[in-house]
Write a protein that binds this ligand. Structure first.
Ligand code: ATP
Length: 312
């Protein structure tokens, strides 16, 4: 049977008395982009540093393609690429010099290095700047070089820690498109505290809060995890707010202009169907009705609140 690309088992880490990461387990078996979402201080960098062999965990095991990172770190690291929050660039070197240096650090066979450097520069669309000194590149191009160093040794598993942090909107789009291309052939774990980032890029989401994984699933599952609690209606011959508030299941009424209402409901899943029936029966001239989808921000805040409550 094929080993998981990455397997994390009962991983915990503490810097001092406080656990930064506590009893985390998961595995990735497919290519694509996995989002690791969490607020500042949630434990993302700690988890990523451990997964990339930069930090030794207090407890637990990591296996990359079946190789133990603790027992066989040199072999395991051949399968991992890492772009930390601060890309480990050498500002005085040219792109080509720097990537050649990285290839040596990655213990690549000497004969394969020149081709690997050319290939990775093409992949990351930086070949035209091969001879340019890194410190003279824009933030977006520096980040491309950071990504290039993470994939030069052709690892199966790439970890990107906040890869679009500090970039302008155009650079963000360019780096995102590069990440998508890279993930067609590999498994990418992308850490971010930006919800739009996971929305734009990720197939699956892991959410971490206070060192615990509090959600894992697809983007749709994440979005729908908490049932919407509001819906909006347009009633051309609407009743008084009192009459609306008296409908069983409605717990709040807000008027938005002359014909529009925003209604809050309890956990009654049949509310929309019931509301339509009542509107027709009472001739309110219903012309529009829509559930208000929770924004990812709302879900994020609610999940954090739920989990913190459970842990206390
Ligand atoms: N070197 C360290 N020594 C002591 N505590 C640390 C150290 N690094 C991180 N921590 C603590 O561990 C917890 C998790 O931090 P971590 O940096 O992993 O979170 P994060 O989700 O990556 O946040 P950010 O997005 O701000 O980097 C925090 O409470 C942080 O203060």
């Amino acid at each position: 049977m094929k080993e998981p690309i990455i397997k994390v088992s009962n991983l915990s880490h503490r810097y001092n008395v406080q656990w930064a990461v506590k009893d985390i387990s998961f595995e990735f078996n497919t290519k694509g982009i996995y989002g690791l979402l969490g607020a500042n201080g949630a434990g993302k960098s700690t988890l990523m540093n451990i997964m990339c062999g930069v930090l030794n965990q207090t407890h637990g095991e990591i296996h990359i393609n079946g190789i133990s990172l603790r027992d066989n770190p040199v072999e395991a690291k051949k399968h991992i690429g890492f772009l930390p929050q601060q890309p480990p660039l050498q500002p005085e070197l040219t792109i080509e010099e720097y990537l050649t240096y990285c290839a040596h650090l990655r213990l690549m066979p000497e004969a394969s290095i020149k081709t690997a450097v050319q290939e990775v520069m093409e992949k990351c669309k930086i070949s035209h700047f091969a001879k340019r000194i890194i410190k003279n590149l824009s933030g977006g191009y520096q980040q491309r070089v950071g990504i290039a160093q993470a994939i030069i040794h052709r690892p199966d598993f790439i970890v990107l820690d906040e890869p679009t942090n500090g970039l302008d909107p155009n650079q963000i789009l360019e780096v995102r498109s590069l990440i998508k291309e890279i993930a067609e052939e590999r498994t990418v774990l992308l850490s971010t505290h930006i919800l739009q980032e996971v929305q734009a890029l990720c197939d699956d989401i892991w959410m971490i809060n206070e060192g615990h994984i509090i959600f894992s699933g697809s983007l749709d599952e994440f979005d729908n995890y908490i049932m919407p609690s509001m819906f909006n209606v347009t009633l051309l011959a609407g009743p008084s707010t009192e009459e609306l508030a008296a409908i069983p299941g409605i717990v709040g009424v807000e008027t938005v202009g002359n014909t529009k209402y925003r209604l809050q409901f309890d956990n009654n899943r049949d509310i929309i169907e019931n509301f339509v029936k009542i509107s027709v029966a009472r001739d309110w001239r219903l012309v529009e009705i829509s559930l208000e989808k929770n924004s990812l921000n709302t879900v994020f805040a609610e999940l954090s609140r739920k989990k913190t409550k459970q842990l206390n």
